[in-house]
Design a binder for this molecule. Structure first.
Ligand code: B12
Ligand code: SF4
Ligand code: SF4
Length: 342
């Protein structure tokens, strides 16, 4: 039986669990859901083939879970503003523990204390289910989908990571929030690779988060210099958002940045060493070869002659992916040395 004050119980429990935002949506297709088909028809998903699988289900949560009547959406801030002492940047969401496990645990706890106790069904989704999470979070009134395509929250800006709880119970929905981007275009202008063909639409193939994380193969040469010192993901179109003015750093202690060694040292790591260093973090999923690929690109952009020995050793690596990127990086450093820029 759903209590009359279900929404306030959900909000209170979510706060106690350390969640930063909560909204309630009816289980129906969100605004702009049909734009998914345009996005796919332009192949903006690149090699993320799973994005193109069964788009009808992704566009409509009722097709994913026919019993669902309500979608409870929660957000937790990932913001980190203290730069790490080591060379190379990692996107804020990936500097500490993996948010997928943490948010899933919190959503399961929220479900047990509320919808399960009220006799309802529950299904928890964090990132990996075929749902249009940002449009659904907007439908739940957490914020609006900004021109950088991210869900923007009035207090936490674009930094909320999103978790979902689908239930067959009927809970009164929150009203959606109107778009507060106004005439701002900062995120579109700052993007180093020009990944936004138009406001509210991202060509993932050009996004540095795609190129350094999802892309399984070599990084196309035209993008390598644009990566700069970004080892994993990119926060450029989040950092410039004016809706950061009230944003605080993540309160979740598990998101605090973990220490890591210098890039040169990591270039000599095997798979086992990589796994023991990154288990429980989002970087683990990348696997060793792609991590070393990214290190090579960063060294090619910011490295000095003191990195050449490590890069030359990596030119003999067992992985063709690492060998090719190490060769590219060493050549870039030597070229800078010749031009007197190191
Ligand atoms: C695939 C994916 C990516 C891809 C593609 C991103 C993208 N924008 O599509 C890549 C690898 C590039 C990526 C990058 C990042 N991602 Co990502 N990603 C996803 C994933 C799995 C699916 C997103 C998706 O459906 N894309 C398809 C497109 C078509 O959907 P869409 O972006 O919502 O597009 C809609 C709009 O374009 C809209 N539309 C069209 N015209 C108009 C006009 C107006 C006015 C409006 C309002 C809308 C609109 O229609 C489209 C369909 O509804 C989601 C999790 C999930 N299951 O939803 C996480 C998710 C979006 N990612 C997330 C994060 C944190 C990131 C990064 C910040 C990580 C980083 N720091 O490196 C970057 C941000 C880059 C960016 N600016 O988007 C979070 C975002 C949280 C938030 N506050 O929004 C999510 C929700 C994961 C989570 N559970 O927290 N990601
Ligand atoms: S994450 Fe970086 S590369 Fe991707 S769209 Fe935003 S600014 Fe561009
Ligand atoms: S930077 Fe400006 S345009 Fe981009 S999401 Fe933030 S408010 Fe909207």
């Amino acid at each position: 039986m759903v209590p009359l004050n279900a929404a306030s119980i959900l909000r209170e429990n979510s706060r106690r669990l350390g969640l930063d935002a909560l909204g309630i949506a009816p289980a129906r297709a969100p605004a702009h859901a049909q734009s998914l088909h345009d996005w796919l028809s332009q192949s903006f998903q690149g090699e993320m083939a799973w994005m193109a699988r069964d788009p009808e289900t992704r566009a409509d949560p009722k097709k994913y879970d026919p019993l669902a009547r309500t979608i409870i959406v929660a957000g937790i801030s990932s913001r980190q503003t203290t730069p790490p002492p080591q060379r190379g940047r990692i996107a804020a969401y990936a500097q500490g523990s993996d948010y997928h496990d943490l948010l899933r645990e919190k959503m399961e706890a929220l479900a047990r204390e509320t919808v399960v106790a009220w006799g309802g069904s529950h299904r928890v989704c964090v990132d990996t289910s075929p749902l249009l999470e940002k449009p659904l979070a907007a439908l739940a009134g957490i914020g609006w989908q900004g021109k950088n395509t991210l869900l923007i929250h009035r207090e936490h800006g674009p930094w909320l990571l999103l978790g979902f709880l689908l239930t067959d119970l009927e809970v009164t929905a929150d009203p959606p929030v109107s778009d507060h981007c106004g005439s701002c275009t900062r995120c579109l202008e700052v993007c180093p690779t020009g990944a936004f063909p138009r406001p509210y639409v991202l060509d993932a193939r050009r996004c540095l988060a795609y190129l350094t994380i999802e892309n399984p193969g070599p990084i196309p040469e035209e993008f390598r210099p644009l990566i700069g010192d970004r080892l994993f993901g990119c926060d450029e179109c989040l950092e410039v958002c004016p809706w950061n003015r009230h944003a605080k750093n993540a309160q979740e202690i598990k998101f605090s940045p973990r220490p890591r060694p210098d890039l040169r040292e990591m270039l000599s790591w095997d798979e086992a060493r990589f796994r023991s260093a990154f288990r429980g973090t989002p970087i683990f999923r990348l696997k060793r070869d792609r991590w070393l690929r990214n290190i090579c690109v960063v060294l090619g952009n910011i490295g000095t002659t003191s990195d050449l020995t490590a890069l030359e050793a990596a030119c003999g690596d067992g992985s063709p992916l690492v060998r090719e990127h190490a060769g590219w990086a060493a050549a870039r450093i030597r070229a800078r040395e010749t031009e007197g820029k190191n």
